[in-house]
Design a protein around this ligand. Structure first.
Ligand code: ZN
Length: 398
């Protein structure tokens, strides 16, 4: 599975030519791989401090956003601690703006652009599999994202088109598969345990306040390695309250391609039934174990088994490239691309996160840049044709 960005997925070549001076320059150098060239230029799009259009009202966040709202401080924070622990950052979203074409132009908004959806597995000090990352590797990658102007959103927000990151910034989706204990655990004080994914995300958010601390955890039965239902419920609910997404990665993590459709539905519905018991909302996203699509593709997205229904906004692959914008023509919610977090060795010489994050730094014209306005889809006029028909009435072209 090595889809190429070049032809099919990316935005009609004719349309992009204008913005891609850099790309064109690279492409006319024969036999050279743009991804492996000199160090990334200093792209500062994310650091633009746009002048807001005058007199624009600030509209409230769109309704129906259970996650991502400012959350109450967790109750398990004893105030009589000898040394006061650092407060847990909240996942509140920035106030929405109303983007005029002038404003969208000023911030170089491009909501037809590519979004990196990064896939993590275990976060462990001694890596065993190549897909394992160490706590330091995760921390470094998240700090790099923060410095480059990326703001996390959940997969649920991405799939619903609720991409509310500040104008001029870039959405990124952090996804953790398999519900490993290294993703989330509580310490004795009832706080995220050191070096878990959640603790690292919070560390980075404290250091870089623009880095919104949210992520998606796609879990199987025994989420986060927890055996008891009370523990599972408390973990899932805590994460949900904080703005994290806990969603479906099937019951036992089978290869769905090797199963009949009924078994596929059972695998997904059982996990939905578990999440309901744990007291968190139904999943609106799911990730395919091994990225393996069942023969009946539709069964991964929507179905019913044993009286449990599921109907996801999007199904995620195990990926090899940034995703198209959910507003773009050609975006397939039944098979959304992700990028494995990894360096540039071996199979990851291309296709993993270091490669792609460098690529996006070097090709800013291809990247999704937010207009800060959740109701409008802002794009340069040249890219207007890349927006899906059902989003046409939201288009704000400049
Ligand atoms: Zn998995």
């Amino acid at each position: 599975m090595r889809p190429s960005l070049s032809s099919t997925r990316v935005i009609g070549a004719a349309n992009v030519a204008v913005i891609l001076v850099a790309v064109v320059a690279l492409m006319i150098m024969p036999g050279d791989d743009p991804g492996d060239r000199s160090p990334p230029e200093a792209v500062k799009v994310g650091q633009i401090q746009p002048t807001p259009p005058s007199g624009r009202p600030s509209s409230p966040a769109p309704s129906g956003q259970p996650s991502g709202q400012p959350s109450a401080q967790p109750s398990a924070q004893p105030s009589a601690q000898p040394s006061e622990p650092a407060p847990i950052p909240t996942a509140s979203q920035p106030p929405a703006v109303v983007a005029t074409p002038e404003f969208a132009k000023q911030v170089k908004a491009n909501e037809a652009g590519l979004v990196p959806i990064i896939m993590y597995h275990r976060i462990i000090k001694k890596r065993v599999a190549s897909i394992d990352r160490t706590p330091d590797q995760l921390r470094q990658e998240l700090e790099k994202l923060a410095k480059q102007g990326y703001v996390p959103i959940t997969a649920a927000e991405f799939a619903a088109g609720r991409i509310q990151v500040p104008a001029g910034k870039f959405p990124v989706v952090l996804t953790f598969d398999d519900g490993h204990p290294s993703h989330f655990a509580m310490d004795d004080q009832g706080r995220p345990a050191k070096n878990t994914a959640v603790a690292i995300i919070y560390d980075v958010a404290r250091k870089y306040p623009s880095f919104r601390p949210v992520a998606t955890f796609w879990v199987n039965h025994y989420p986060f390695g927890l055996q008891k239902q009370e523990q599972q419920a408390s973990a899932a609910q805590w994460l949900h309250r904080q703005g994290f997404e806990v969603a479906n990665h099937t019951w036992t993590h089978p290869n769905l391609r090797a199963m009949g459709t009924k078994k596929v539905r059972e695998q997904i519905a059982r996990l939905e039934r578990m999440l309901k018991k744990l007291g968190v909302p139904p999943s609106t996203t799911m990730a395919l174990p091994f990225g393996s699509m069942p023969h009946k593709k539709k069964a991964a997205r929507k179905g019913e088994w044993g009286g449990v229904r599921y109907d996801f906004d999007a199904v995620f692959l195990a990926g090899a490239e940034p995703s198209l914008s959910p507003f773009a023509k050609g975006y397939d919610p039944g098979a959304v691309q992700r990028i494995q977090s990894n360096g540039k060795k071996g199979e990851c010489r291309k296709w993993c996160s270091q490669y792609w994050l460098e690529w996006l730094q070097k090709h800013p014209g291809w990247r999704y840049v937010s207009d800060g306005d959740p109701d409008r889809v802002s794009v340069p006029k040249k890219l207007q044709g890349n927006i899906a028909a059902k989003r046409r009435d939201q288009v704000n072209a400049y």
